[in-house]
Structures are given as structure tokens and as C-alpha cells.
Design a protein around this ligand. Structure first.
Ligand SMILES: C[S@@+](CC[C@H](N)C(=O)[O-])C[C@H]1O[C@@H](n2cnc3c(N)ncnc32)[C@H](O)[C@@H]1O
Length: 198
């Protein structure tokens, strides 16, 4: 078995053994253990949250005095007392308003792990995913605190620079991260954006 396949199996197995909803749990935990941007008491919004691996990780990190809102086009089974979920499409114009109504304030951290069903034509899959990430970015003025953090998945490809340029205008620091739990063969990367300046 090649190292890459062994690693994929490791996180799938760990996720089963430790009772998490998805291997994605480890991606968010690994990114946060390097950058430490999620803390007790924070308000966090997670887009593309089903089945809920990131919600589990965020729920643990913010603790009982924090609050996490998970949004997905698919329903999410309940996660914990500090987690609320909403069914919604990031392309809906009133989604930001709906989320803020539930949270009662702007978020300290916005997460996006959105990906659509892949059709297998790389340029199209890449471009559709970037459009959805841009839809989340379009909500930030309404939902993210000044100084806040935005972590977003993006598929690598020709529009990655466009996305990076947009993020650089909005945040003090923009970094691309590939956590060990993300398969090397996958074109996904994560933009960690710190210090929202609008
Ligand atoms: C990779 S999964 C997210 C995994 C999740 N972070 C976890 O930890 O379990 C991507 C999610 O994006 C959602 N999604 C795709 N298109 C969407 C859209 N337009 N609006 C909201 N969610 C969407 C999918 O339903 C899917 O659940």
C-alpha cells in the first residue's frame, strides 16, 4: 500500500474508532492546532457543515459558553447543546440574515468546507466550488466581526489567484494550508484568513 493510501485509511479508521461523523474532524483540528484561532466562548458559523465533523471539533473548542451555527443544503442531525443547525443554500440572498437571527451577533470565526457533488470535469468542478466560496465571502460584511477569522476550502485551479486577491483585500493575513488529514491527491486547499478589516 502506498503511503498516500495508508494515510487516507488512517484517518478513515481513526474517525470510525473515535466515533466522529467524518474524517474532516481531523482537518479542522489539525489546522486549529497550528493556528489556534478557535477558542472558548467564541461564536462560530460553519457553511457546508454536513455531516458535522467540523461542528463536533468547533463545539469542543468553543465550550459551553460558545455557540456554533452549522449551515448546509442537507439537514444535519443534532450535534451538541452549543450547536444549532440550519438548512440553507449559500447562494440564497437572505441566508446571512437568517444565520444572524439565530446567532444573535456577528461571528468571531466563519468556516466554509463547501463542496458540491463533483462531476469529474476539473475546470468546471473548480469554478463552481470557487463561486460558492465567493458566495460565502459575499455574506462576510453581514456576519463576521471586524478582526475576525475566515477559514475556507478551495479547489486548486486557474481561479485560485482571483480568490486569493479578493481575500487579501479583506484580511490582514492570508495563508494557504493543506492539513495532513487532507488527501494529497485531492485538489482541496484551505485559505486561513486572519484579521477581517471591513
Ligand atoms: C466536504 S462536505 C463538508 C464536510 C463537513 N465540513 C464535515 O466536517 O462533516 C461539503 C458540504 O457542502 C455542502 N454544500 C454543497 N453545496 C452547498 C450549498 N450551495 N450551500 C450549502 N451547502 C452546500 C454539501 O451538502 C456537503 O455537506
Amino acid at each position: 500500500m502506498r503511503l498516500r493510501e495508508a494515510k487516507r485509511d488512517l484517518y478513515r479508521r481513526l474517525s470510525k474508532e473515535e466515533g466522529h461523523r467524518s474524517r474532516a474532524y481531523y482537518k479542522l483540528s489539525q489546522i486549529n492546532s497550528k493556528a489556534l484561532f478557535m477558542r472558548r466562548g467564541q461564536a462560530i458559523i460553519d457553511f457546508g457543515a454536513a455531516p458535522g465533523g467540523w461542528l463536533e471539533a468547533a463545539s469542543e473548542l468553543v465550550g459551553a459558553r460558545g455557540m456554533v451555527i452549522g449551515v448546509d443544503i442537507d439537514p444535519i442531525t443534532p450535534v451538541g447543546r452549543n450547536v444549532r443547525t440550519l438548512v440553507g443554500d449559500v447562494r440564497e440572498s437572505d441566508l446571512g440574515e437568517r444565520v444572524i437571527r439565530v446567532l444573535g451577533r456577528r461571528a468571531d470565526v466563519v468556516l466554509s468546507d463547501i463542496s458540491q457533488k463533483i462531476i469529474g470535469i476539473w475546470e468546471i468542478d473548480h469554478s463552481v466550488q470557487i463561486d460558492m466560496t465567493l458566495a460565502v465571502i459575499g455574506m462576510l460584511p453581514e456576519i463576521l466581526e471586524t478582526g475576525g477569522v475566515f477559514l475556507a476550502k478551495a479547489f486548486d485551479g486557474p481561479r485560485l489567484n482571483e480568490l486569493r486577491g479578493t481575500l487579501r483585500e479583506m484580511f490582514k493575513m492570508v495563508k494557504i494550508i493543506k492539513p495532513p488529514a487532507s488527501r494529497q491527491a485531492s485538489s482541496e486547499v484551505y485559505f486561513l484568513n486572519i484579521g477581517y478589516q471591513i
